[in-house]
Design a protein around this ligand. Structure first.
Ligand code: PEP
Ligand code: MG
Length: 389
C-alpha cells in the first residue's frame, strides 16, 4: 500500500493510439508494438471484434485494430444518469400502455447512441444486444435511495418498495432476464429494434454504409427467438415503410445456455448468427454462479480440483465440447451461419486458439485486449499450419 497519489500515465502505445499525445515516431515502445502487430496481419484466419458499448470505446477498439463490434451491451445505456429515471418510470408503470409511454422517451436517445457507434465503425459489422439484465437491477435497493428515487419520480416510496418486492428473485441470473423480459414486456425490445433500424436507415439515406446485427440474449428455446425475431421483422417493415429505405440487417442469438447449444440445429432455423456467451455458458454448464464462485474457485485451482479458473480460460472438455456441438448442429441447418464468441474468453490466448481450431469466424473482447487477441489468432493459425494444434 502506497500512501498518496501515485503519478501514473497510460502506456506509450495508448498515448499514441488512443490519447494521441505522442506521434508514432516519438515512441520506441509503440514502434515495437506496431512491428509485432504488422507481423500478425494476414496470418490469422479469425477476425477480431471488440465488446464496446459507446462511441469512444468503439474508437479505441478500432485504434487497436478491431474489425467490428461483437457485443454492444445496451443496458449500459439505460444506466446513464439522464435515462435511469425514464427506465424506472417504465418499470414502475402498472401496464403495457404506461410502459410504452415511458419507454418511448428513450427512443431518440437510443437512436443517437447507435448512430454514434455506427458512424465510428463506418460500415464494419456492429452487433447490438437487446436488453439483458433483470429489471430489478435498475431500481434502488437501499432504503434511503428508495426515498430519494421515489421523490424524484413523484411517486410514493411505498410504490417503489412494492415493485422491488415484486421483482425480487432468489436466483436473478436464472430468472426474469434476457429475452424473457423482451417477450413479456415487448415494448422494450420494440423500442430498441426501432432505434437500431431507424438509426441505420438514416445513415443509409446519407449514403453511409452500416452493418447492423441484432442479437437476442439468453435464448434457450427456438420459440423464444422466433417470437422476438418476428417482432423485429415487423418493426423493420414499419421502418422501411416510413423511411422508404431498404436496409440489410441480421438477427441472431447469444448461445449462452446449455439448451441453446444442444438445440442449436433448431435455433439456426431462425438465427442468422450465433454469438457464444461463454460467461453465462460457463456459469450454467458448471452450475457456478459467476458472482459467488469467487468464494471457492481459488481453492479449487490451488488444490488442483480444476486446472484453471473456467471463467478466465475456457473449459474445453465441458463448455468447449458444447460449443463444438452447437457449431456442428448450427452449420448443419444453416451452412454459412456466422459464428463468434463474445464472453471474456474472447481475449484469452488459449481460448482464442480453440476458437480458431473449431472454425469460428471471430472472437470479440474488450478493446484493450484486441492486440492480444490479434496476436493469439496469428499464433493459432501458425500452429495449425505447422500441425501443432
Ligand atoms: C456472456 O454471457 O458471455 C456475455 C457476453 O454476456 P454477459 O457477460 O453480458 O452476460
Ligand atoms: Mg450473458
Amino acid at each position: 500500500v502506497l500512501e498518496g497519489k501515485i503519478g501514473a500515465q497510460a502506456s506509450e502505445v495508448v498515448q499514441v493510439l488512443v490519447e494521441k499525445k505522442l506521434k508514432p515516431k516519438q515512441s520506441h515502445d509503440f514502434q515495437l508494438y506496431d512491428r509485432i502487430m504488422k507481423w500478425t496481419d494476414g496470418l490469422g484466419r479469425l477476425k477480431i471484434r471488440a465488446n464496446a458499448d459507446l462511441p469512444d470505446q468503439a474508437a479505441q477498439a478500432l485504434a487497436f485494430g478491431a474489425q467490428g463490434i461483437g457485443l454492444c451491451r445496451t443496458e449500459h445505456m439505460f444506466f446513464e444518469k439522464s435515462r435511469i429515471g425514464i427506465v424506472r418510470q417504465m418499470i414502475l408503470a402498472g401496464d403495457a400502455e404506461g410502459r410504452r409511454r415511458a419507454i418511448e422517451k428513450l427512443l431518440p436517445m437510443q437512436r443517437e447512441d447507435f448512430t454514434g457507434i455506427f458512424r465510428v465503425m463506418g460500415g464494419r459489422p456492429v452487433t447490438i444486444r437487446l436488453l439483458d439484465p433483470p429489471l430489478h437491477e435498475f431500481l434502488p435497493s437501499k432504503n434511503e435511495d428508495i426515498d430519494e428515487v421515489a421523490h424524484g419520480l413523484g411517486v410514493p416510496p411505498a410504490q417503489v418498495r412494492e415493485r422491488n418486492e415484486a421483482l425480487r428473485e432468489t436466483n436473478p441470473m436464472l430468472g426474469h432476464r434476457g429475452c424473457r423480459v423482451g417477450i413479456t414486456y415487448p415494448e422494450i425490445y420494440e423500442m430498441q429494434a426501432r432505434a437500431i433500424l431507424e438509426s441505420a436507415s438514416e445513415l443509409r439515406r446519407q449514403r453511409l454504409s452500416v452493418s447492423p446485427e441484432i442479437k437476442i440474449p439468453l435464448v434457450g428455446h427456438v420459440q423464444e427467438l422466433r417470437t422476438v425475431k418476428a417482432m423485429i421483422d415487423r418493426v423493420a417493415a414499419e421502418v422501411r415503410k416510413e423511411t422508404g429505405i431498404r436496409l440489410a440487417y441480421l438477427v441472431g442469438t447469444m448461445i449462452e445456455l446449455p439448451r441453446a447449444a444442444v438445440t442449436a440445429g433448431e435455433i439456426a432455423e431462425e438465427a442468422e448468427f450465433f454469438s457464444f456467451g461463454t460467461n453465462d455458458l460457463t456459469q450454467t454448464v458448471f452450475g457456478f454462479s459467476r458472482d459467488d464462485a469467487v468464494g471457492f474457485l481459488p481453492y479449487y485451482v490451488d488444490h488442483k480440483i480444476l486446472p484453471e479458473n473456467p471463467f478466465v480460460t475456457l473449459d474445453l472438455p465441458g463448455v468447449g465440447a458444447l460449443i463444438e456441438l452447437a457449431v456442428e448442429r448450427g452449420r448443419a441447418t444453416r451452412r454459412g451461419i456466422k459464428l463468434g464468441i463474445c464472453g471474456e474468453h474472447g481475449g484469452e490466448p488459449k481460448s482464442v486458439a480453440f476458437c480458431d481450431r473449431i472454425g469460428l469466424d471471430y472472437v470479440s473482447c474488450s478493446p484493450f485486449r484486441v492486440p492480444i487477441a490479434r496476436l493469439a489468432a496469428a499464433h493459432a493459425a501458425l500452429d495449425r499450419k505447422r500441425g501443432r494444434a
